[in-house]
Design a binder for this molecule. Structure first.
Ligand code: UFG
Length: 323
């Protein structure tokens, strides 16, 4: 297929673009490099640098079989302080993309949605029919886009899939996570191991969990990429499918830090800190629907493997000078 990857210079976009190229697809990456990196665009992709809202129409006019839409603003804290950036950058920009797809008859869409659409779930593991009540603006904008996709599928026959990721981690060779502003647990802990930080703060040790720290479901980015390719292939015209993606097992913050200690061989000092606003105690996915309908089977679910791949990537990037 000929596929446009928006945000293909970012973490998830670059890994999925690499998987697409490796499986014989023709890929164009569109990215404004606001948070992505030029050197993360995989070999074999054509790269267009530009603002998505302004450029989507001209690019899609070339004719595509599908779009993987990753480009977004994704910092939960920032979304609460500067909501306009998220409503504009996520919702308005996505509608511009969907209008360009409609104009040029692009048939398939895979959208990068999030567990944040569920907010504080009442039950664990979280299924797709759990109430979607986001607790932050980031999640609200992603949910709004999911609603827009449902109406585009119904009205215009778009073959669409939203993938709701839980905690994505790990790396695909030279493609991995390197944000200028890092908020995610595993990269922060690995920065302590490399000496870029002195310690990691544990956001709350009094949660109602066995060791008092929050529990999350870590999914390897390669398993995530497999799901994107399956979603692209299995999309049905007029249907908007929604799937949760996780490994189905929860690990506490302490367990993650301990795994990072054993993988890296570093002591990794961890200090207690206040709870972070908006954090649910436990967030674990049920991915049964993705398994049943897409035939998806996550195969890199071992937390040591996930951390080890992230660690290899982190070490390799200490010596490079990314743009
Ligand atoms: N944590 C710490 N210290 C840190 C960083 C994180 O203790 O320095 C804890 C958090 O409180 C949380 C866990 O580690 O309990 C994981 O935090 P992350 O920031 O890595 O991930 P989140 O679970 O907050 O975020 C994920 C996705 C978001 C999505 C959110 C939905 O990365 O995109 O789930 O709740 F919005």
């Amino acid at each position: 297929m000929r596929v446009l990857v928006t945000g293909g210079a970012g973490y998830l976009g670059s890994v999925c673009a690499a998987h697409l190229v490796e499986t014989g697809h023709e890929v164009v990456v569109l990215d404004d490099l606001s948070t992505g990196h030029l050197d993360a665009v995989p070999e074999g992709c054509r790269f267009v640098e530009g603002d998505l809202a302004e450029t989507a129409d001209a690019v899609l006019a070339e004719g595509f079989d599908g779009v993987l839409h990753f480009a977004a603003k994704s910092l939960v804290g920032e979304s609460m302080e500067r909501p306009e950036l998220y409503w504009q950058g996520n919702v308005v920009t996505s509608i511009r993309l969907f209008e360009a797809m409609r104009t040029h008859g692009t048939p398939r869409l895979v959208f990068s949605s999030t567990a944040a659409t569920y907010g504080e779930p009442e039950r664990s593991p979280v299924t797709e029919d759990a109430p979607a009540v986001p607790t932050n603006t980031y999640g609200a904008t992603k949910l709004a886009i999911d609603h827009a996709i449902t109406s585009y599928a119904r009205a215009y026959g778009l073959a669409a899939t939203s993938l709701r990721y839980f905690n994505v981690a790990g790396a695909h060779g030279r493609f991995g996570e390197r944000h200028a502003v890092e908020t995610h647990l595993i990269p922060i802990v690995l920065q302590v191991a490399t000496g870029q930080r002195e310690s990691v703060a544990i956001y709350g040790e009094d949660w109602p969990t066995p060791d008092g720290t929050c529990i999350r479901d870590y999914i390897h980015v390669d398993d995530l990429a497999d799901a994107h390719l399956l979603a692209l292939e299995n999309a049905q015209p007029g249907r908007h499918a929604i799937y949760n993606l996780g490994s189905g097992t929860g690990f506490s913050v302490r367990e993650v830090i301990e795994t990072c200690r054993s993988v890296t061989g570093h002591a990794i000092p961890a200090l207690p800190a206040a709870r972070r606003a908006g954090d649910p105690a436990v967030l674990v996915a049920s991915s049964e629907r993705a398994k049943a309908e897409l035939g998806w089977q996550p195969s890199r679910t071992d937390i040591t493997r996930i951390v080890d791949d992230a660690w290899q990537f982190t070490q390799a990037h200490l010596t490079t000078q990314p743009r």
